[in-house]
Ligand binder design. Structure first.
Ligand SMILES: *[C@@H]1O[C@H](CO)[C@@H](O)[C@H](O)[C@H]1NC(C)=O
Ligand SMILES: *[C@@H]1O[C@H](CO)[C@@H](O)[C@H](O)[C@H]1NC(C)=O
Ligand SMILES: *[C@@H]1O[C@H](CO)[C@@H](O)[C@H](O)[C@H]1NC(C)=O
Ligand SMILES: *[C@@H]1O[C@H](CO)[C@@H](O)[C@H](O)[C@H]1NC(C)=O
Ligand SMILES: CC(=O)N[C@H]1CO[C@H](CO)[C@@H](O)[C@@H]1O
Length: 461
């Protein structure tokens, strides 16, 4: 009986294939997914909402560094296996950083050398999304990767003292900028920057990432241009010794919560509010906005706490096909959850992932399962299908915020015929949950630090 009803509902859904979502009142909800739409095209598509680019300034186009919208040469295209294994090393280092503060109280430095060698072979993933900013006078364009899990903004600088990796943009030369200045030693910004030290009266910074990649150099200030805005005396790392597999990018834009991040330094101008939309596939274009005008729609907002290091929110539940899964709230509340732009696949506490995976599998029995792929263990072989019907997946946050994920946030394609459930479980129930970038894709995500809220609205890019 129930099955027949369901089948006829699916037929109704199929009549409306132009809608990607079939919302039928309170009844089970499914997505009919065109498998070709899950994978990236060879040609870059323009932003979905061009009006937004005209009305909300500054607006930076944000694209996947590995796709056809990227200006970077595909010199170093990572395989999917590498992307997922780098993702695990980022997650390990987040868990390490967080447990170091919660366990011992004050340890906040970079990973110790022993942790670094334990992960050797993997390169730390600083994130996939790039934006262009201008630096110096006259302004030079730099391609930076955006990271809400990092604070210091940095770029490689001339003269490279020991190492500079290969980047596509010309390396920034401070001697060619009339507005460049060194940050002086023993100043508050110098005391607040990562791993600081002094060379004479000049402040030095150092940032080390999970795999042993690092950037070290002068802590500097110069004019930063986010067209049409100009930010004077913006502090950033002028890296004269940089090592790691950063893949042609010129550096990083740090959107973390601490005092030296871009967000904190520009608080007078942008009130510590920013928003972004992460594109669903690498051939589509997202955006990054700053300022209180960046929340253009009525977003659902959930409480958020900035720091230490990350943005914390409270996940409260999951649903599959509009049915709430039986997961005790303490499964989520005990380890806590962060939202991160640089983690690809959402990590759930083990019990939550177990419940999600079994409900998802129950609703996918019409498809043939395939072998696990890297960190993904619920994979399907869709050979012979053009469209597949998958259950909707809902993620609930504190304050009754419920996100109906985009299909790209549910299925992660690994080939033309195979795709996997785009979630993974932590192995330790005490490890923090991480709401990753695949699940955030297509939402306008607003970080409103003064209000202590984060907002989500669907279909933004
Ligand atoms: C910044 O400091 C370095 C090292 O002390 C020095 O070589 C350089 O000339 C300084 N630049 C400026 C603009 O003061
Ligand atoms: C700080 O950076 C230096 C490089 O200048 C590095 O040798 C050192 O290991 C870093 N400090 C920590 C605690 O990792
Ligand atoms: C698959 O879906 C697309 C649009 O979503 C539609 O144009 C096409 O006809 C569908 N194919 C089948 C076999 O249902
Ligand atoms: C959440 O929604 C439920 C039912 O939809 C309602 O009873 C509850 O009061 C709501 N809670 C908040 C905090 O809005
Ligand atoms: C169509 C289908 O398989 N629906 C099932 C989805 O999973 C729930 C349990 O999680 C079942 O109750 C449904 O019958």
């Amino acid at each position: 009986m129930a099955n027949n009803l369901l089948i006829s509902l699916l037929q109704i859904c199929l009549l409306f294939l132009s809608f990607s979502t079939c919302a039928l009142g309170n009844l089970p909800k499914f997505h009919v997914v065109d498998l070709h739409a899950l994978t990236s095209k060879n040609v870059c598509s323009p932003p979905k909402d061009m009006e937004r680019f005209k009305s909300v300034k500054p607006a930076l186009k944000m694209v996947d560094r590995h796709g056809p919208c990227s200006t970077l040469q595909p010199a170093e295209k990572l395989s999917l296996k590498q992307i997922l294994s780098n993702d695990q090393s980022r997650v390990d280092s987040i868990h390490h950083r967080v447990s170091a503060i919660s366990g011992k109280g004050t340890t906040s430095g970079p990973l110790s050398p022993s942790q670094i060698t334990a992960q050797s072979g993997n390169s730390y993933s600083v994130g996939n999304y790039i934006v262009h900013v201008g630096i110096g006078t006259p302004s030079k364009t730099l391609t930076l990767v955006l990271d809400t899990g990092s604070d210091v903004t940095w770029t490689q600088c001339k003269p490279c003292q020991r190492f500079c990796y290969t980047q596509q943009d010309p390396i920034f030369d401070p001697s060619q900028s009339s507005t460049y200045m060194n940050v002086t030693c023993n100043s508050t910004p110098c005391n607040d920057v990562n791993n600081n030290s002094c060379s004479g009266s000049t402040c030095l910074y150092g940032v080390q990432y999970g795999d042993g990649s690092y950037t070290v150099g002068y802590y500097a200030e110069d004019t930063l241009t986010l067209t049409p805005d100009v930010i004077q005396n913006f502090r950033f790392g002028c890296g004269q010794n940089n090592k790691g597999i950063f893949g042609e990018i010129a550096g990083l834009l740090g959107l973390g919560p601490s005092s030296e991040s871009f967000v904190s330094q520009t608080s007078d101008k942008y009130q510590r509010v920013f928003s972004y939309c992460l594109p669903p596939v690498s051939s589509s274009t997202g955006y990054l906005n700053f300022g209180s005008n960046s929340d253009t729609s009525n977003t659902n907002r959930t409480p958020m706490k900035p720091g230490p290091f990350y943005y914390y929110l409270t996940m409260t539940g999951l649903s599959v096909a509009d049915k709430t899964l039986p997961i005790s709230p303490t499964v989520f509340s005990k380890p806590g959850t962060i939202i991160d732009s640089g983690t690809v696949i959402t990590r759930l506490p083990p019990d939550a992932y177990q419940a999600l995976k079994s409900a998802f599998r129950e609703n996918m029995t019409q498809y043939k399962m395939a072998q696990s792929y890297s960190i993904l263990d619920t994979c399907y072989d869709f050979t012979g299908f053009d469209n597949v019907t998958i259950p909707s997946v809902g993620v609930q946050f504190e304050n009754n915020v419920s996100l109906d994920l985009d299909s790209n946030g549910i299925l992660y394609p690994i080939s033309n015929t195979q795709a996997c459930l785009a979630f993974a479980g932590n192995s330790d129930p005490n490890d923090m949950g991480i709401f990753g970038n695949v699940q955030q894709s297509t939402f306008n995500v607003v970080y409103d630090i003064p209000k202590g809220e984060i907002g989500f609205s669907p279909d933004a890019c």
